[in-house]
Unconditional design. Structure first.
Length: 146
């Protein structure tokens, strides 16, 4: 028999036992998630707990393709022409994640590929501002050596 919102309780119960959230059941059956939650409590079922998010490195890796020369191409989305991904409801620069993977620290300033290929997101090819500054100073420091 349909409940006050038209969806039979018998349709909601199997989805609760499958482990779906109140919101997901509400969207699926076009009913109020509060009603789903009420039925969950009546049945003595525990509150829904979202599975832990995959580590950001895994999500990043799932959106890259290795190409020749040790380069990596970003296959995910772009924002303002820059590779990015959404993780835990935040927009994150794919190049910054690549830098953290390759160098084990937070980047300082803008992250750019140091290999000469503007599309490359290979962790080992990323550079931050201090690295580029040091690379620019190197020839000046050692120009008379040799």
């Amino acid at each position: 028999m349909p409940g006050p919102h038209g969806v039979p309780r018998a349709d909601i119960i199997p989805l609760l036992h499958e482990g779906l959230s109140d919101r997901a059941i509400g969207r699926t059956l076009h009913t109020n998630p509060k009603r789903v939650g009420q039925i969950r409590r009546e049945l003595g079922l525990p509150q829904y707990e979202a599975p832990p998010a995959a580590p950001i490195e895994e999500k990043w890796a799932s959106r890259t393709t290795t190409v020749s020369g040790g380069h990596m191409r970003w296959t995910g989305t772009h924002r303002s022409g820059m590779p990015h991904l959404v993780w835990q409801q935040r927009s994150v620069s794919a190049r910054r994640i690549a830098f953290q993977i390759g160098h084990g620290r937070e980047p300082v300033g803008r992250v750019l590929p140091g290999c000469g290929h503007s599309w490359c997101v290979a962790p080992e090819h990323t550079t931050d501002q201090p690295m580029r500054h040091a690379d620019a100073l190197f020839p000046q420091i050692f120009r008379n050596a040799a």
